[in-house]
Design a protein around this ligand. Structure first.
Ligand code: 13P
Length: 261
């Protein structure tokens, strides 16, 4: 099998933070802090709330900032009577590159099911964008020894019906729910073990080549101080960052893990 180099992807999921003025200012600060050396070795994306997307797109494009625009969610239909929802076609029109699907907050708080995550992943791909598919276990599931079953099950369900070449281009984010926003991070060893399981599950459903190409992010209290160790793990190809991505200095510090030490 040909050796595949996976360019790391560091993504900032801003969740419901930063209005469009704050978003512009954060992106401008980030552009000031990051440089050519960073963009050469790391792909970077920011995922602001929907109401900020057009403003952030304009800044990124006008200033030729090589940060990819991302969204946090979308509907799977192109159009229709879905009050409050956002079409993947609208996101594609704004040059959105990555769309998160199946974030644990959407699963837990808004009833997003495995089936919906799969349907959304297909819609995101149909519109030429890349899904970032999230998976992860709760603290109870972890303590009961159920991490592997939960995560592998979510990955299998999310990938159902996708072609191996589509799977190869995906991003999967392993986010243990107990580590999100809590300041608790999975140890690099534990995170690596689950990310390896995610890759093995991808191999099982889509073949070894797709598994070698798919990018797997870790998410859950990633900070500049733990990014180096996490990113050194062989099956961790990036980070999905919440809290620390809201502050340009912290997010830049994470992206610059590659220059540390
Ligand atoms: P925190 O980095 O705040 O733990 O959030 C992780 C996350 O949910 C990113 O999607």
């Amino acid at each position: 099998m040909a050796k595949v180099t996976r360019t790391p992807l560091i993504s900032g999921n801003w969740k419901m933070h930063h209005n469009h003025f704050e978003a512009i200012s954060t992106v401008q600060k980030l552009a000031y802090l990051l440089n050519k050396d960073d963009y050469e070795v790391v792909d970077v994306s920011v995922h602001p709330p929907f109401t900020d997307l057009r403003s952030v797109q304009t800044v990124l494009e006008a200033d030729e900032i090589p940060i990819a625009l991302g969204a946090q969610h979308c509907h799977w239909e192109e159009k229709g009577a879905f009050t409050g929802e956002i079409s993947p076609a609208f996101l594609a029109k704004l040059n959105v590159t990555y769309v998160i699907t199946g974030h644990s907050e959407r699963r837990e708080l808004f009833g997003e099911t495995d089936e919906m995550v799969n349907t959304k992943a297909k819609a995101i791909l149909k519109w030429g964008m890349t899904p970032i598919i999230c998976c992860g276990e709760t603290l109870d599931e972890r303590e009961a020894g159920g991490t592997d079953d939960k995560v592998a099950g979510q990955v299998r369900a999310a990938l159902a019906g996708l072609k191996p070449e589509q799977v190869a281009g995906l991003v999967i984010a392993y986010e243990p729910i107990w580590a999100i926003g809590t300041g608790r991070t999975a140890s690099a060893e534990d995170a690596q073990a689950v990310c390896a399981l995610v890759r093995a599950t991808v191999a099982e459903v889509a073949g070894a080549e797709a598994a070698a190409s798919v990018r797997i992010q870790y998410g859950g209290s990633v900070k500049p101080s733990n990014a180096v160790e996490l990113m050194a793990q062989p099956d961790i190809d990036g980070a999905l960052v919440g809290g620390a991505s809201l502050v340009a200095d912290d997010f830049a510090g994470i992206v610059q893990y590659h220059a540390a030490g």
